[in-house]
Every structure is written in C-alpha cells, then in structure tokens.
Ligand binder design. Structure first.
Ligand code: ADP
Length: 254
C-alpha cells in the first residue's frame, strides 16, 4: 500500500506536484489523466521513489520510503517508465529475465522455472514469439510489449506504468489493460498514466485528473469525467457522452 501525504515535489525549485495526497490500497486501479505537461510522469516518479520530495511524506506499507533499500522497494513496486529505449542487443527473453533482478540479484543464473515464467509473461502480452528476437530489431509496439512483460515478470504488489499502451494497436491495448485489470482484481495495485480518457474510464476504478495548476479532481470515473471538470483541466470545451462507456470529444467552441 502506498500513501502520499501532502506531498510537494518537482524539479529544481519548480514544484509540479503540490500538497498532493493519495492512498493506494490493494485492488485499486488508478488512472492518472490530464494534458501534456500536467505532471503525470512526475507523480509516477514520485511514487516510484525516483524523485525526491520537498515536502510531505510517502509511505510504502506504513514505512517511510527512506527506510527501504532500492532492491527491497523494487520487490514490491514495479515501475515502467515512458522511455522505451532498448539500445543493447539483448533478446526479448533476456530483457524480461532482467526483471528478476529485484528477486535474485543480477548475476545469479536463472533456472528453468524462471525461463518458463518469462515466456509466460511474454505470452500474456501477446509476444511469446519474440522470446529469441534481439530487441534492437523490434518495432516500437513490440518493444513496449517486451517491457510490459518484464514488469509482469518482475511482479510485486504495485505496478506504476507510464502510458503503457502508447504504441499499441487497439487489440493489444485491450489485452494489456485486461491483464492489469486481472492483477488488480487479485489484489495488486495498479497506477497508470493514460491519454485515452475513454479507456481510463472503462478500466480505472479511480481517476486522478491533473491540470496545469495541480490535481483538479480525484474519484470514481463518473465524478471526474464531468464535462466542466475536464474542460477546466484541458483548457478547451469538452463534451462527455455516456453510452456503454464514456465518449469524450471536443465540443464546438461557442
Ligand atoms: P505529463 O506526464 O503529465 O506530460 P510531466 O510530469 O512529464 O507531465 O511534466 C510535468 C512538468 O515538469 C512539465 O512542465 C515538464 O516540462 C517538467 N519536467 C518534466 N521532467 C523534467 C525534468 N527532468 N527536469 C525539469 N523539468 C521537467
């Protein structure tokens, strides 16, 4: 469980996240939404313990982040950054197996069962066939799935994912969202930044809307996806239709 209490954080003397509090409990599926530059990635880095905070407190399972070694922290929290740069010619299988670092240390030989689990993780994102392919030869969407498989393989109780579906086609997107929904239903905690508001509404059980001036709203999709609230965050008039899910379009300016 992650607790952010009145956190302020940012870059040099420029706070991006201001007096922000959020409690993440088992089974939560939280989606961070908001315009470019609102601070979604920054908030994920704060939650991943990669960016220091200037004020407030952050706890993992009731203990201050400072009390965890990086390795112990990564056994519980898995973070997928937005950067999908894979420039070394490892195979997809090897990249996934690197996800075992938090459990085993880097140089320990991984046995058959870990290899099987790595294949299984690739299969979960529809990328089983990539196991022996060098990642330098993969497309953007394929690399993204390899990194997602690594996150799944690394496991942990909490997954922090920065735009995990950015380069995926709609079918792969649904598969990935469905996989993480399954994990959250089994008690994992999932936090992801997404641009697609309809997808966010369909899968998230809690949305956090960040605007240029900080967090604007947090709560159930129906509360956060009110046209007025969204329009304020994005700075353009937006229209929200509810049919089976939510359809958000830009409305005509009046
Ligand atoms: P989002 O993920 O919502 O697009 P970010 O968290 O990436 O937003 O960025 C929030 C703000 O922080 C932006 O104004 C961005 O320019 C700034 N920012 C992001 N990364 C850095 C950095 N490494 N150093 C300084 N400023 C940064």
């Amino acid at each position: 469980m992650i607790d952010l209490i009145d956190v302020t954080a940012g870059y040099r003397n420029r706070p991006i996240i201001k007096n922000f509090s959020l409690r993440l409990e088992r089974g939560n599926f939280v989606v961070l939404i908001g315009p470019n530059g609102a601070g979604k990635s920054t908030l994920l880095r704060v939650m991943a313990g990669l960016l220091p905070i200037n004020r407030g407190m952050r706890h993992l399972d009731g203990k201050d982040y400072e009390r965890y070694s990086r390795r112990l922290f990564s056994q519980r929290v898995t973070y997928l950054p937005q950067d999908r740069n894979l420039s070394l010619p490892y195979t997809a299988g090897e990249i996934v197996l690197f996800g075992a670092y938090a459990r085993h240390g880097l140089w320990e030989t991984l046995g058959e069962s870990e290899q099987r689990r790595a294949r299984e993780a690739l299969k979960q994102v529809g990328a089983a066939a990539l196991f022996d392919r060098p990642v330098t030869e993969l497309s953007g969407g394929e690399r993204q799935r390899v990194l997602l498989a690594r996150s799944l393989f690394a496991g942990g109780e909490t997954y922090l994912l920065d735009e995990p579906t950015a380069e995926l086609d709609p079918v792969e997107e649904e598969r990935v969202m469905h996989t993480f929904q399954g994990l959250s239903r089994k008690g994992a905690c999932v936090v992801m930044a997404l641009h697609d508001l309809s997808l966010a509404a369909r899968y998230g059980n809690q949305l956090v809307l960040l605007g240029k001036t900080g967090a604007i709203a947090a709560g159930r999709p129906a509360e956060v996806l009110a046209a007025g609230v969204l329009s304020r965050a994005y700075g353009v008039p937006l229209q929200v239709e509810r049919s089976e899910g939510f359809i958000i379009t830009r409305s005509e300016e009046r």
